[in-house]
Design a protein around this ligand. Structure first.
Ligand code: HMH
Length: 277
């Protein structure tokens, strides 16, 4: 066994959505979710026990991690920026800032996804992975076109005039570090799933029953919150889970640390969009 310190606790100061910033309705909604989750955890514990006895039930590695790091995951997928879209209190300047910055991010995401395709081609044990990732690449192609149209609609300039904010630059540098050929396919595909899943979970929330998302923001929420995007994220998750199951302990630890980094970067990206430092 190697050193056992590799998994940092989610210590980011932004890992948790501060309850004080939420409206009462949101607090109720969230605490309801926590209860659901507790219920769910108990059920999962039961399953774990069963598994011990029968060896039948098998929770994926990713679901185990999402339970373990739930506060950070909730911080990334129920961030005040998202909650403000959902309750209609969003500051439109924050939205425009997000739009311009995310365009820069998505451009940097293209070479990252290309690097995942290269890794899949070299390392994958299942040839259908390539199609899933290629489908993701096609979606990003549409996304870039969409950003241009949406930016025009909001009067946001997308040319070189936009300066990437520090948090965005940090996140793009992190993506670049994952493009290194030394980074295993398992680690890269876990990161890829997490990056897409945060947007899917966040924006789907703003479309759920009871949300008060302003009509002019619904197209944005639908872009990532739609069902098809949800299915695509599930396919990525299945690939990651399949790989993680077979991975060495060392590789699995690296993937877990990478997942935490993605979640922290996502929280920072939302903070930046709201105008925070
Ligand atoms: C910051 N994370 C960020 N931007 C995105 N567009 C996605 C994830 C999903 O593609």
């Amino acid at each position: 066994m190697g050193p056992s310190l590799l998994i940092p606790e989610p210590t980011t100061q932004n890992g948790q959505t501060p309850l004080c910033k939420l409206s009462l309705t949101e607090q109720n909604r969230r605490s309801g979710e926590e209860e659901d989750f507790e219920q769910q955890s108990m059920e999962e514990e039961e399953k774990e026990k069963e598994k011990g006895e029968t060896g039948v039930e098998d929770e994926g590695v990713i679901d185990t991690w999402l339970r373990k790091h739930r506060l950070l995951y909730v911080g990334a997928t129920r961030h005040p920026f998202i909650l403000s879209i959902d309750d209609g209190t969003i500051d439109i300047f924050a939205f425009k800032r997000w739009l311009g910055q995310d365009y820069i991010f998505v451009r940097a995401f293209v070479p990252f996804v290309a690097s995942v395709i290269v890794k899949a081609w070299k390392e994958s044990d299942d040839s259908s992975d390539m199609e899933v990732i290629l489908g993701g690449m096609a979606a990003i192609n549409d996304e870039l076109e969409w950003f241009k149209k949406e930016a025009f609609k909001w009067g946001v300039k997308l040319s070189e005039i936009i300066v990437p904010q520090e948090q965005n630059k940090d996140y793009c540098r992190f993506l670049e570090s994952l493009m290194n050929p030394d980074v295993e396919y398992t680690v890269a595909i876990t990161a890829f799933w997490a990056i897409e899943a945060v947007y899917q979970e966040s924006f789907a929330f703003c479309l759920a029953a009871g949300s008060r998302t302003p009509p002019e923001l619904k197209v944005t929420c639908q872009r990532w919150g739609n069902e098809e995007f949800g299915k695509y994220c599930s396919s990525l998750k299945n690939i990651a889970d399949r790989r993680l199951k077979k991975a060495s302990d060392d590789e699995r630890k690296k993937a877990e640390v990478t997942l935490l980094s993605v979640l922290e970067h996502e929280v920072e990206f939302w903070n930046m969009s709201r105008g925070g430092t």
